[in-house]
Design a protein around this ligand. Sequence first.
Ligand SMILES: NC(=O)c1ccc[n+]([C@@H]2O[C@H](COP(=O)([O-])OP(=O)(O)OC[C@H]3O[C@@H](n4cnc5c(N)ncnc54)[C@H](OP(=O)(O)O)[C@@H]3O)[C@@H](O)[C@H]2O)c1
Length: 322
Amino acid sequence: MKAIEFDRYGSPEVLQIVEREIPEPAPGEIRIRIHATAVNSGDWRVRGASPFLVRLFFGLFRPKKSARVLGSVLSGTVDKAGEGVQGFSVGDRVFGMSDLAMGCYAQYICLPESAPIVKGTEIISHEEAASIPFGLHTAHHFLKKVDLQPGMKVLVIGASGAVGSAAVQLARNAKCHVTAVTSGKNADLVKSLGANEVLNYETESLAEVLQKYDVILETVGRTDVKTLRTLLKQGGDLVLISAGMKDMFLAGIRSAFWKLKIHTGVAAVSRQDMEYFRKIIESGDYSPVLEKTYNMGEVVQAHEHAEKGHKRGNLALRMMEA
Ligand SMILES: NC(=O)c1ccc[n+]([C@@H]2O[C@H](COP(=O)([O-])OP(=O)(O)OC[C@H]3O[C@@H](n4cnc5c(N)ncnc54)[C@H](OP(=O)(O)O)[C@@H]3O)[C@@H](O)[C@H]2O)c1
């Protein structure tokens, strides 16, 4: 099989297509033939060791052998079931996440059947299915910490990205009043996802906004936390998805002194979450936002595109024809 590997941190050119043995599923594992994965912010952050903290998890000087194939999301077909597997059969269409174990930039992967992988749906393509879990699980993880109620005012900063476009849709589903911060070119996109108001960051400064919000979801990391605090109602929720170490460290102290709730950390995903995602896709309550599909041989260009920080939703990476 073909896989995309990197053996040193650096620019997108460190990604190389290599030939590897097709893995064999251990007892309790399924082998998935991957049709599509996606290029997410998590991938270029690990590839470039940005932030430095990445090295503590994935290898100090070089990526560890177990971390050399990036990719945390997939859509594909079960190709072989290990001994004792009960929930999946060969031929099942599936989508989901390998999460921090990564390994989805490959044509085959073996995962425990308990992994956050669920049966897929025919109503979206493999490319769309692979583009959903990263942003949606992140937005879902953090919004679960917030008791969203109908009519609440929610501000989503970075509303056109993978996480932001998911957050806008989840807040819309909860019947909140959503204000989306994005560039002018993406105003129509975020409105189509359910934003009630759009703030164009190219022409309007958040520091001059007079509104107060119940919830702020920050996914860009360019607005000072002290500015965000002034936009929040007392006791409101400040969700810092792209927080650096300092803001993570200070979250508890600031929450207490500022009388608000600051949420940071790393998003986790479960099998139940993935079941819920399939349900809202099938019911039409969630739409994938897929800007472009790249072929495996274009992975360098896909990483260059993602790393600019201006993608519209998601970028799929096709690993093989369905
Ligand atoms: N904590 C966690 O567990 C976790 C999980 C996933 C992601 N993250 C982090 O969350 C961040 C967002 O991830 P993502 O995958 O959604 O990124 P993404 O898909 O690359 O989206 C970034 C978005 O930010 C917008 N943007 C850029 N500059 C902006 C500005 N000044 N004001 C408002 N919007 C701006 C861009 O829209 P325009 O083109 O309109 O500028 C783009 O759509 C990343 O830093 C990532 O590392 C954290």
